[in-house]
Design a protein around this ligand. Structure first.
Ligand code: ADP
Ligand code: ADP
Length: 232
């Protein structure tokens, strides 16, 4: 079953002679519980793909559905609410709130949604991300790897239907990158989490079940990892 379905999605930036086709009639499904990596050269449309799949940007034409909800037909308010409650995000630049503690950053999506945090679930997230002794710290007091683990915890806390990660290891060294990728891998394996990660790093992509290659705004191919048991 595909959680996200993209049907003939095109995205054109600009108008007339200076128009750029970033996506060209992309049709692809993102299966539930599967960790998908999106790769391709610079300018191939990876960011645009993620933005359209996650309802952060609107396609010029085509359709994007999340578990049956047509994102392209939702107004801004509904779309923002959907992103807050049904999706999780991890970005290269962490995007933590500097004035909040680690614990407050992690539970922020729940508080924005007016949902009381479930203690057992929070404890599991904190244990998985290894942040137990950092809960009272502020982002400035953390290393890059720790900050990104906070971002992963925040992305998982609302049990989103999909976690979108845009170059999550782009600002990390090899060792901490591996920790963050392992967390995403385990989110798929142990929690059944659907994960979609844009990366230009083949080592990072190797953590995924499935790699989608983009070239010039089109899906140029897909590769299923031989070890992936969750891919049909
Ligand atoms: P990637 O993430 O693979 O580097 P992008 O999705 O960022 O690719 O970009 C795809 C194409 O769309 C590129 O040619 C890029 O220059 C263009 N593009 C991306 N964002 C914009 C924008 N906001 N305005 C104009 N062109 C853009
Ligand atoms: P909010 O008003 O709650 O921030 P947004 O629609 O701006 O709602 O964002 C929804 C989610 O997407 C948030 O988790 C936010 O962190 C993330 N997000 C949206 N746009 C960006 C962006 N350009 N860079 C980083 N994160 C973003």
């Amino acid at each position: 079953e595909d959680v996200v379905e993209m049907t003939a999605v095109s995205k054109v930036y600009g108008k007339g002679g200076s128009a750029v086709a970033a996506l060209r009639e992309v049709s692809v499904g993102l299966p539930r519980g599967v960790f998908t990596a999106v790769m391709g050269p610079s300018g191939s449309g990876k960011s645009t793909f993620l933005q359209c799949a996650a309802g952060l940007d609107r396609p010029s034409s085509g359709r994007v559905t999340l578990a049956g909800t047509d994102l392209t037909r939702l107004g801004e308010t509904k779309l923002t609410e959907l992103r807050r409650t049904r999706l999780g995000f991890v970005f290269q630049s962490f995007n933590l709130v500097a004035s909040l503690t680690v614990a407050q950053n992690i539970t922020l999506p729940l508080r924005l949604a007016g949902v009381r945090p479930d203690r057992a679930w929070l404890a599991e997230i904190v244990a998985r991300t290894g942040l137990g002794d950092r809960l009272g710290h502020r982002p400035a007091e953390l290393s890059g790897g720790q900050r990104q683990r906070v971002a992963v915890a925040r992305a998982l806390v609302s049990r989103p239907e999909v976690v979108f990660a845009d170059e999550p290891t782009g600002a990390l060294d090899t060792v901490t990158a591996r920790q963050v990728l392992t967390l995403l891998r385990e989110a798929a394996d142990a929690l059944g989490q659907t994960v979609v990660m844009v990366t230009h790093d083949p080592v990072a992509a190797a953590f995924a079940d499935r790699v989608l290659f983009l070239a010039d705004g089109r899906v140029a191919g897909t590769l299923d990892s031989p070890g992936a048991d969750s891919v049909a």
